[in-house]
Design a protein around this ligand. Structure first.
Ligand code: AMP
Ligand code: TRP
Length: 333
């Protein structure tokens, strides 16, 4: 049976290899299966939980759409829209905020990471961010949510919120309890500068990530400068546990070549990093360069991108406003 897919990406610039291998590549696969109904959302309401420059945000919304298309998401077969154009997301967030418990949110590790040491200065939006995410998913009756490993806890929270709403109001099965879809391997791509840190949009050093807009030279240069260790490549998977940078680079190669880590380890056993890095650069350029060129082409066609968003808005708005209306009736409005 087909799945109902929902996922979101924040329009905060610098979409990178982690977003691609952890999430977007999977969106494309799910989108190619005609049995599935897919909704892919540019989550601009989530983006402003951290201060954004309005002009940049506007560009980043379009760039995220361009990236979806350049990676192979087909707008004829899926709904692509930006969250802020569908009021039901904000409306449902309030209803669900009254169901979600403080204790649940206090456990969210992403908030702790993003808020840093000075939690008092974080926005309320950053704290309640996972409730908005639950609203996104639950409004569309999504059965499956493809994400990178870092979002697993938020999907679990969405499940708890759905179940509590259904129980509290005695409406069994009204909100569908969603399943996360997380790649078994390589669901967490690490920084090129530190194999223990996630590859991230907000890391100051651009050398820490491969952006989906990087050209060939830039990819080759970043891989050349990527952190390694002094040993030759290992003979077994076990040895990788103490070598985060080697594990990350070999993982990237495996993911890009649709192989598994064991095969990749066998392919490069005893080789030095410089030889392996050449091969890795080659597969990266083959995969990323066409995407980067397509993004650069699409980004100039604002009208086309806005048309995709408008079409998506109409379809999404219909589904979501219908669902939130039912939620409002259920709570007694
Ligand atoms: P974001 O950029 O935070 O909106 O993330 C968009 C999607 O990319 C989410 O599904 C994340 O889980 C995924 N993602 C972000 N960073 C990484 C990473 N370093 N490795 C794997 N997946 C990631
Ligand atoms: N929080 C997700 C991230 O940062 C983005 C997101 C927002 C999302 N709403 C969603 C992902 C709904 C899946 C489903 O990556």
């Amino acid at each position: 049976m087909g799945k109902k897919i929902f996922s979101g990406v924040q329009p905060t610039g610098n979409l990178h290899l982690g977003n691609y291998l952890g999430a977007i590549k999977n969106f494309v696969k799910l989108n190619n299966d005609d049995e599935n109904d897919c909704v892919f959302c540019v989550v601009d309401l989530h983006a402003i939980t951290i201060k954004q420059d309005p002009k940049e945000l506007r560009n980043n919304i379009r760039e995220t759409v361009a990236t979806f298309l350049a990676c192979g998401i087909n707008p004829e077969k899926s709904i692509i829209f930006n969250q802020s154009t569908v009021p039901a997301h904000s409306e449902a967030t309030w209803l669900l905020s009254c169901v979600a418990r403080m204790g649940w949110l206090n456990r969210m590790t992403q908030f702790k990471e993003k808020a840093g040491k000075d939690k008092e200065k974080a926005s309320i939006g950053l704290y309640s961010y996972p409730i908005l995410m639950a609203a996104d998913i639950l409004l569309y009756d999504a059965t499956h949510v493809p994400v990178g490993e870092d979002q697993k806890q938020h999907i679990e929270l969405s499940r708890d919120i759905a179940q509590k709403f259904n129980n509290d109001y005695g409406v069994e099965d009204f909100l569908k309890v969603p399943e996360p879809l997380i790649q078994k391997e390589f669901s967490r791509i690490m920084s090129l500068k530190d194999g223990t840190k996630k590859m991230s949009k907000s890391e100051i050093s651009d050398l820490s990530r491969i952006n989906l807009t990087d050209n060939k030279d830039s990819i080759i240069n970043k891989i050349k400068k990527a952190k390694t260790d002094p040993l030759p490549l290992p003979a077994s998977l076990n040895e990788l546990n103490e070598r985060p940078e080697a594990k990350n680079l070999l993982g990237m190669y495996s993911s890009l070549t649709n192989s598994n880590l064991e095969n990749t380890v066998n392919e490069f056993v005893g080789k030095n990093f410089s030889e392996f890095k050449e091969k890795l650069s080659q597969v990266l350029v083959e995969e990323i360069n066409p995407i980067s060129q397509e993004i650069k082409k699409l980004i100039n066609d604002k009208e086309f991108l806005d048309k995709i968003l408008l079409d998506g808005h109409k379809k999404a708005n219909k589904i979501a406003s219908n669902k939130v209306k039912k939620m409002q009736e259920i709570v007694g409005f």
